[in-house]
Design a protein around this ligand. Structure first.
Ligand SMILES: [Zn+2]
Length: 87
């Protein structure tokens, strides 16, 4: 970590604080999960100013899909088949 407290333009890709908890409920099975994200990036993503993979690089692809689609990994697999996001 650096002591860099400057404006947004100078943020690195990896040092953003995860300062927002998002609770997501799966639309299919009602299971909930909580994701820690960066507030600014979450806002940017919601406003379509940032791609998910850039906004939440710390989340796995299935977790990003869960956040976006509100379908958990298990249900996604049940609906659409084996995980297409395999690393
Ligand atoms: Zn589910």
């Amino acid at each position: 970590m650096t002591a860099n407290t400057t404006d947004d333009a100078n943020r690195s890709d990896t040092d953003t604080p995860l300062d927002l908890s998002i609770e997501v409920t799966c639309d299919a099975c009602r299971k909930t999960a909580t994701f820690q994200v960066n507030h600014d990036r979450y806002t940017a993503w919601r406003e379509r100013r940032m791609l998910m993979q850039d906004a939440f690089p710390h989340l796995s692809a299935p977790d990003r899909e869960y956040l976006k689609s509100r379908v958990c990994r298990d249900c996604w697999t049940a609906m659409f088949g084996p995980n297409p996001f395999a690393d």
